[in-house]
Design a protein around this ligand. Sequence first.
Ligand SMILES: Nc1ncnc2c1ncn2[C@@H]1O[C@H](COP(=O)(O)OP(=O)(O)OP(=O)(O)O)[C@@H](O)[C@H]1O
Length: 245
Amino acid sequence: MTVSFTHCTYRYKRRSRPVLDGFTYRVREGVTILLGPNGAGKSTSLKLAAAVVEPQAGHVMFDDLDSRARAYRRHVSWMPQNITAAPGLTCREQVAYTGWLKGMSRTDAWTRAQDALRLVNMAEHAGQKAAKLSGGQLRRLGVASALVHDCRVLLLDEPTAGMDPAQRRVFRDVIAAAAATRRIHVLMSTHDVADLAEDADHVTVLASGRLQYDGDTAGFLSHAPYGTPAGRLAEAAYTHFVHSV
Ligand SMILES: Nc1ncnc2c1ncn2[C@@H]1O[C@H](COP(=O)(O)OP(=O)(O)OP(=O)(O)O)[C@@H](O)[C@H]1O
């Protein structure tokens, strides 16, 4: 069971050019990274998949549940690009609050909040005010909030922005473990092409609202020109797709 887009059209203003026009796409099992230049429509696609916005034409579905249905949101979790700390709340309270909003009981949300904080190596910050976190810590809090309930599809909008290389490594392991143990489908946008592509199961490249590539990571990397040094394969493959638009 996963999220799929069928002939979706989305525009922010009535007469503006659509960001997505007849977009058809299916989120795969495992970890998929969503790449594309600024303005390609990555955040918009994630918002549609999260049911934060609705398509003006077409459908976004989780199995046979339309994203316009209330029950849809229980199956998906979304971490937005900008995480805000809730004033006055501790990290654990903020994560538990998200769980409660997703329909968990207070007790469950409280217990699971600590588990989620542990997953992102933030357990020792549980009692600290969220407003005092650094940018990278706040993103980890965002990931914990996204993982607090049992979703089937996890949507992460630039989760590693602002993290240092060591935190990014931890983050990749956390996501890989969550994808494997909970069997969730993860779709995350990033500009960290070189850093993440080689760890992901699948790659999707979006440019001007259209799919340029959607397939496994090995197939993606094989588009790097012959002779590209091993450490630059992902970057070279990405350039191939984005420059051919
Ligand atoms: N709230 C909004 N109102 C009007 N236009 C918007 C809004 N949000 C995004 N857009 C426009 O929609 C297009 C796609 O934006 P989107 O944020 O989905 O791209 P993106 O691929 O996530 O970009 P980035 O990599 O810069 O985050 C852009 O042209 C952007 O200017």
